[in-house]
Design a protein around this ligand. Sequence first.
Ligand code: 13P
Ligand code: SF4
Length: 388
Amino acid sequence: MLGEHGVPPMILQPPLPPEYAARPEAELQARILAAKAQLGRRLVILGHHYQQDAVIAFADFTGDSLKLSQLAAQQTEAEYIVFCGVHFMAESADILTSDRQQVILPDLTAGCSMADMAHIDQVEAAWENLRRAIDGPLAPITYVNSSAAVKAFVGQHDGACCTSSNAKMVLDWALHGAEPGAPDDVGHKIVFLPDQHLGRNTAYALGWPLETMVVYDPYQPYGGVSPERLRAARFILWKGHCSVHALFKVPMAEALRAAPEPWTIIVHPECAWEVCQLADQVGSTEYIIKTVRAAPAGTYWAIGTELHLVNRLASTLPDRHIRSLASVQCLCSTMYRIDLKHLCWTLDNLVAGRVVNRIVVDEETKRWSHIALERMLALRPAQPVSAR
Ligand code: 13P
Ligand code: SF4
């Protein structure tokens, strides 16, 4: 159900008890450590790379969206999975873990503006419109940065999820009608949700020209695209984006190209196509971290992704020159809502035998979204990805 102005309603976090605001950081840290020790193997804390340092310090595992989904699925022993990330990530963890396990998001307002750009009602309406216009095979693919309901829709319609690490592999799979080795010339079309940039960058990297892509705007009648253009396109890109990565602009990359230092520009594929074209390398958060860590001392790196990740790389690799590609602060404000106070409150409650902020996906949604995630996880990197 959409709220005012077509925006999904906000999930509200009750205010924390006042003592948490008053506690000094050192006390919060000590309480978190004590709670972790007390809960032992019953607890696992997962932390996305965009989390602030103070929180990452307590994560048992860190990673990008793909790695964290896989890690969540492997935590068969842990009773409580505290997810220091955003809402869609905690939902994915709940989908992939057993009913015995409880997934917790320390602050319920930690959502994702991109995921909110594709509400299930909009996706269902768009699908009906597309099915009226297009006769041939059509596969929905959703970036994991989407609600469980959208993932379930995709699972029910023979599609799959993808992450920024495996989007090429998943698109290749869908273009071949989910049959590895099948010809890709039978006209399989893809509806890519909700990030137009990841969709465009990935399809282009696979060798598809921009003319094969159209942008579907859920706020326009018929998506703002004529039936003829829908029929001619191979990729129907949902008009969604990440508000953080949208801040990286072409002039920033051009200014660094003109600078005297030999900057290597590495960006996340949620950045606009024009920015990715100017970059030397494009990859997921995990890819960016591995690449910069493997680089020799003295090298210059301008990174187009969230600021906490960039600052952490800069502080842990002081012998490399590392900066944000942007001249403005590119910070994911919803990730930032997970802080020591919320983590401490969550763990204190677990120690007291209370589960707060549990993320529960209903059974029917879980069944289909699980299928969409499993289709993605079943694809192995060893499988050849065709470039056209
Ligand atoms: P990855 O973790 O897949 O690189 O994605 C970044 C992101 O924006 C997560 O929301
Ligand atoms: Fe969503 Fe962008 Fe924040 Fe990732 S960085 S959680 S895509 S708003």
